[in-house]
Unconditional design. Structure first.
Length: 420
């Protein structure tokens, strides 16, 4: 599979990678994004390592298979000392499977047991359900879990080290991506013990309190906003209805690698139900507005179906800062809320009113406790030092894809370490 945050969407960059090196061979799959992959790659290349792709996943794999360290625990320690960013990894070697989560725990990773004689690692618990596996627990931030013929063992490579990036963060230092709760993860998955469906219903309910409006019907943009729309309707007392029918054969539009595909995806993905919308004041609940290019199409679609008013309600705060940890929005220039006020965004999308859920409301709905989320895309408080001029295609070399997104205007090179 390929969701491109570093490197282009080519077959060569698709996971998993099968790598051979001085320490043997391995297969690796990765969820996340390593901010300093370019620096790590230069260091490895200086030592004679060669690369076949432009993916940060290969950089991680080459460090583990070619880098210093006599055994896997030592090499995992090297990875955690050197890699800055998000990485939830599964690694297959000749005698074991490893699951690895970065010390901040930015991306989820869980453990399941299959028929009492097998182990499963996955980003989301819904995958365990499909396999008939029992959810055991999450891989902890900074933990390496090994599954082999003897069972399951785990260790924290950096535990006790004074590195500024301890092997296992305290709960107050962990930085699980809040966007997982809002959009990325499926509603039937659990993250840190929290089922996503009721969390999203709480987001909708809180949104109705923060941004009430008189209307006739509440609809959600399927599927990621359906639970939140139901929560909004229940809390407000306004009837919920299915106003947009989703084409089940079209994937998520936000994660498409370029705008042309996102626009085409919206056209193919939704069809309005005129019988539900015509002559109605409609509240439309969606999970986010990132670039502000697809929401106007949804609003127009609903108006063309006969709605007299369209009120957009968003179950996240305005996204004002880039993500460097595995969500494909790497420059401020492409984020509409970084460049326009809420009122200007409302005018741009063509809605009668626009309301965003507050950051406090979003964190409250996720129900994980204070300071346990990465909220950088909303607040600008990054959990590690990051370059604000991140180039998604930095590892491409001289041959760069023609759909490259221009960088934002020059800004300071590094954001200081800030834990939120």
């Amino acid at each position: 599979t390929r969701y491109s945050t570093t490197g282009s969407s080519t077959r060569g960059n698709a996971q998993p990678f099968h790598l051979k090196g001085v320490h043997g061979e391995m297969a690796i799959a990765h969820n996340g994004n390593v901010v300093n992959a370019d620096v790590m790659r230069v260091d490895l290349a200086a030592g004679g390592t060669t690369f076949d792709t432009s993916s940060d996943t290969e950089v991680i794999g080459r460090l583990l298979i070619d880098g210093p360290g006599e055994d896997w625990p030592e090499r995992f320690g090297q990875l955690m000392r050197r890699a800055n960013g998000a990485y939830s990894l599964t690694i297959l070697t000749h005698d074991a499977v490893y699951a690895v989560r970065d010390p901040l725990g930015i991306r989820p990773l869980c453990i399941g047991r299959l028929n009492n004689d097998g182990w499963v690692f996955a980003s989301e618990t819904c995958a365990l359900d499909h396999l008939g596996a029992e959810y055991i627990r999450d891989v902890r931030p900074g933990e390496v879990v090994r599954a082999d013929g003897e069972g399951l063992t785990s260790f924290f490579p950096l535990a006790g080290e004074d590195t500024g990036m301890p092997g296992q963060m305290t709960e107050q230092q962990q930085a699980l991506c809040l966007f997982e709760f809002i959009y990325f993860a499926r509603p039937d998955s659990r993250i840190s013990g929290q089922l996503l469906h009721p969390a999203r219903m709480r987001m909708g309910a809180r949104l109705s309190e923060e941004h009430p409006i008189e209307a006739d019907v509440v609809i959600g943009v399927p599927d990621s906003a359906t639970a939140a729309a139901i929560g909004y309707a229940q809390a407000s007392g306004i009837p919920y209805a299915e106003g947009l029918v989703k084409n089940r054969y079209v994937g998520r539009t936000f994660i498409q690698p370029d705008q042309r595909l996102r626009d085409r995806g919206v056209q193919l993905k939704f069809n309005p139900l005129r019988e539900v919308l015509e002559g109605k004041r409609v509240i439309v609940v969606d999970d986010s507005i990132v670039r502000g290019t697809t929401t106007p199409r949804v609003v127009k679609m609903i108006r063309d179906a006969g709605a007299t008013e369209v009120h957009m309600r968003i179950t996240s705060p305005p996204i004002t800062h880039p993500c460097f940890y595995g969500v494909d929005m790497a420059t401020r220039g492409e984020l509409i809320a970084a460049n326009l006020s809420v009122e200007e965004i409302r005018e741009h999308i063509g809605a009668d009113t626009l309301g965003y859920l507050s950051l406090d409301g979003t964190v409250w709905a996720a129900n994980l406790g204070e300071g346990q989320h990465c909220t950088a895309c909303f607040s600008g408080g990054y959990p590690s030092a990051v370059p604000l001029q991140f180039d998604k295609f930095a590892l491409e070399g001289p041959k760069r894809p023609d759909h490259e997104i221009p960088l934002a205007s020059p800004e300071p090179a590094v954001v200081p370490l800030t834990l939120r």
